[in-house]
Each structure stands twice: as C-alpha cells, then as structure tokens.
Design a protein around this ligand. Structure first.
Ligand code: ZN
Length: 163
C-alpha cells in the first residue's frame, strides 16, 4: 500500500467514526463520568463509564466538535470497552505516545492508528487527545468514588450509635 493509499484509508476510517459514532449517548447506570473541553477548537466531550469488577463494562460519550475530536472519542470507546481499567490506562498512555512519536500503534489497537497523521499537527493533537484525557479523568473520579464508598462503609463509632 502506498503512503497516499494509507492516508486515504485513515481518512475513510476517521470519517466513518465521525458519521457513525460508536457508543454515543448516555449510560443508565454510570459509575463515573467526566467532562472535557478543548477551547482552542471548541470541542466538548462527556464520558460516562460503568466500571464493574475492575473492568469497563460499558462506556458512552456525548459531545460536539470537530471530526477529529468526535471520531477519536468513538475509537477510544471501542478500544476500552470490555477491558480492565489498567488496560484502559495503558491505552491512554499508548495513544499519547503515538501523538508524540508520530508512529502508528500496532494492529491490536484497531482503528486508533488512523489518527497517527494528526501527530504532525500540534493544534489537532489537542482535538484527538481530548477523549483520552477525559477518559483518564473519569477513571480517576471512579477511584475517588470507590474511596468515598469504602469510607462510608466504616462501622459507626460509639458516639454515633448513642445518638
Ligand atoms: Zn477539534
């Protein structure tokens, strides 16, 4: 495949995700969520995640903005759905590495490699990275939620019992 063929294929994958976004919408039982914005371009993304047993059981995104930001969100949800939180965080790191190095990720990353060309345009890197950074924030919020839930389970103290 020539370089221009590959660029065309990547462009087609990107447009397909933009026009037919995967996992777009809201979750009835999200365990965490986060909102991210890229003021430079006007991109907005909200991500909801249902974490169950350390695994991303379900994920959805909503938002608006340029084709790169929305297509990247669609690709991200496809990649992380069903994976462990750990694997999802590794995915965030791998994506950021691709944006720095400009080298495509392996086949196991599926459609995500279609965004490799964005690495050449620093302004667009913010568009492509938005969904991944927002996912990371949602997973951090999940950790906080877990910590709060654990704290709430602490047995009541003698003082509280006497009231
Ligand atoms: Zn954008």
């Amino acid at each position: 495949m020539s370089a221009s063929d590959l660029e065309e294929l990547y462009r087609d994958i990107l447009l397909d995700h933009y026009r037919n976004p995967r996992n777009r919408g809201k979750l009835p039982l999200a365990s965490c969520a986060a909102h991210g914005a890229n003021p430079l371009c006007g991109d907005q993304i909200t991500i909801e995640v249902t974490v169950d047993g350390g695994r991303i059981a379900d994920i959805a995104f909503d938002g608006n903005g340029c084709s790169i930001s929305q297509a990247s969100a669609s690709m991200m949800t496809m990649y992380v759905k069903g994976r462990t939180v750990e694997e999802a965080r590794d995915g965030v790191a791998a994506f950021q590495q691709m944006m720095v190095s400009g080298e495509a990720l392996g086949e196991e990353y599926g459609d995500i490699e279609a965004l490799v060309g964005v690495a050449k345009f620093p302004v667009r890197v913010k568009c492509a990275s938005l969904a991944w950074k927002t996912l990371e924030q949602a997973l951090n919020n999940e950790q906080d939620n877990q910590a709060a839930a654990a704290a709430a389970r602490v047995p009541v103290t003698t003082d509280e019992r006497s009231q």
